[in-house]
Design a protein around this ligand. Sequence first.
Ligand SMILES: Nc1nc2c(ncn2[C@@H]2O[C@H](COP(=O)(O)OP(=O)(O)OP(=O)(O)O)[C@@H](O)[C@H]2O)c(=O)[nH]1
Ligand SMILES: [Mg+2]
Length: 370
Amino acid sequence: MKLRYEVKEMRKKNDYKINIMMMGGRRCGKTTVLASMQECFDRKFGSSNLTISSPDSATAIDFEEKIKEMKDYYHFNKAYTFSPDYEPTSELKTYQMGLSLKSKSNGEIKMNFTDFPGGWISMKENAKLLEKSMADSHVIIIAIDTPHLMEHTKSDDHDTVGMFNEASNRSHLVSNLIKRHLSLDNSTKMILFVPLKCERYRRNGTMSTVIRKIKTAYRPLIDHINNEHNREKCVMAITPIYTFGTVEFKRFKRSDAGKILVSPETRLPRYPLYGFTDDAGNMPEPLYCDMPLIYTLMYVLTIAKETKEKAHKRAPWFIKGMRKLGEGFLNFPSADDFLMEINGLYSELSKVMNNNSEGFELITNPLQWK
Ligand SMILES: Nc1nc2c(ncn2[C@@H]2O[C@H](COP(=O)(O)OP(=O)(O)OP(=O)(O)O)[C@@H](O)[C@H]2O)c(=O)[nH]1
Ligand SMILES: [Mg+2]
């Protein structure tokens, strides 16, 4: 018993922790994305030395429930439209995923994802908890419900966002919350905008419009970072995920009189209707689910590499903000082995990171990824 305990303790000391916070309005797909990441990553890196270890049992149960929900939609007749709205998150939760090397039996990168009910964003009583979680995070993932951002705009101007965007994505609240935190804390973070449910826009070639509307909706936050004073502190990128791959937004359901049915409590369309694309098979075909993990790993590994090579001297702020993260990593026993994986990860990242037609853009690039 004692020996087992000691082994467990040793493992803990040998691990390196990264905290990632999920942000976004209610029902936009935060938990589903987390559940899909593991499978996607293992498929992409199956033949490499990297692997995701099985999550703890509480995480596995929540994730299995979400994956099952996704797969169950594929039992419907392919001509149906449906309105997915199942299993909201009811409390703040931390999900753990560990990244390890097949060649090593200890020394894991532990990724702690904080997930919470999207409705909390606008509740004063939860503000302190969210602020604390943000302060502890190295990476913030802002999940975006894309149809609410894109549809029912007041004009055809590419920079106008949908009339339900604010009620759904809470873009201004999210922007101001993060902006206030960054001003107070003066910390360095990576901020990833992750548009979801955007299969329709990929198919009709309008992902560059999605990018423009994200930049409009989150302008207070983007302007705060993307200027000469702050640009060097934060990596900021747009990295879409096509969670289902073959299910796309069709329309918001209307009444017989032709009005969109809106819930009086949430001020959101009651039934966003989705349907299968013509090429849909019997299973979801997710695309790019692994990209947030690849960005996260590249963020930490690039900082560690620059710290190791002392190449960061070109950027004076690096000393304050990023050195701690880099040194922490270099003190971790498997650091050199993980650093050997950087080229494979970088090649995945550089393939897409500025591919606008697929919905990707690197908005600020302090680590000089090319
Ligand atoms: N059509 C479609 N539905 C999705 C997608 N991702 C998630 N959903 C569905 O949207 C609903 C909400 O997804 P969740 O992952 O629970 O959303 P959430 O952001 O965690 O929601 P809260 O926990 O309430 O904040 C679920 O019924 C999902 O099946 C997607 O990419 N496309
Ligand atoms: Mg959730």
